[in-house]
Design a protein around this ligand. Sequence first.
Ligand code: FPP
Length: 236
Amino acid sequence: MDGNGRWAKQRFLPRTAGHRAGVGSVRKAVEYCAKKGVAALTLFAFSSENWRRPAQEVSVLMELFLTTLEKETDKLHQNNVRLRVIGDRSAFSAELQARIAAAERMTEANQGLCLNIAANYGGRWDIVQAARSLAEQVAAGALQPSQIDAELFDSRTSLAGLPEPDLFIRTGGEQRISNFLLWQMAYTELYFSAALWPDFDEQELEAAIRDYASRQRRFGYTGDQVEMLSVNQGGR
Ligand code: FPP
């Protein structure tokens, strides 16, 4: 969700005004995905590197997470959304950690959209914590190194149990992944939008999905093989 700072600067406002405006785009994206039957939406709200920002900006972001959770959790629950926060939450205040845990508990049985908020998240962190969890089991004698394969590794990562992401969207015009879901995005289609996050609305999201729908995903097969497979599956 890039471009909040520039959106604010263009309006001679403090950067934090851009983050506040960005909450509106979060709401639109979540509502759109829930309505359209998207299985999972993962939003990169705060990276493990974002602590380097000015203390006042970090503090406003933390306040926004807290107040948004307080305001929106009931509505998410009524709409059958399952909320999860991925990342190292131990660095958050006790109040925010408790709020997150309560929202996750309230929505854990919901079967609709899986909404994952990546907060104090980094793709490398995710890979390292998965590796550490396997190493601990090996050290305890509960696992043989030869039993470790991609499936077992995946089961220790933050999005375990969810389908691999089909589409990655980065707003704000930069074309990089910036330590997002490094393990999970091996076959994800990448889409870069020039729109600044507070301007990213349903039309922008639809444009990204249309672009995605025009692509041929090959997963290592040839283009001809993919066409044959899709004919055999009734064009799905
Ligand atoms: C990146 O834009 C955005 C962030 C670091 C924060 C994203 C947070 C929100 C949209 C608000 C709260 C979210 C939730 C889930 C409640 P930037 O600041 O790097 O923008 P710039 O590149 O223009 O400076």
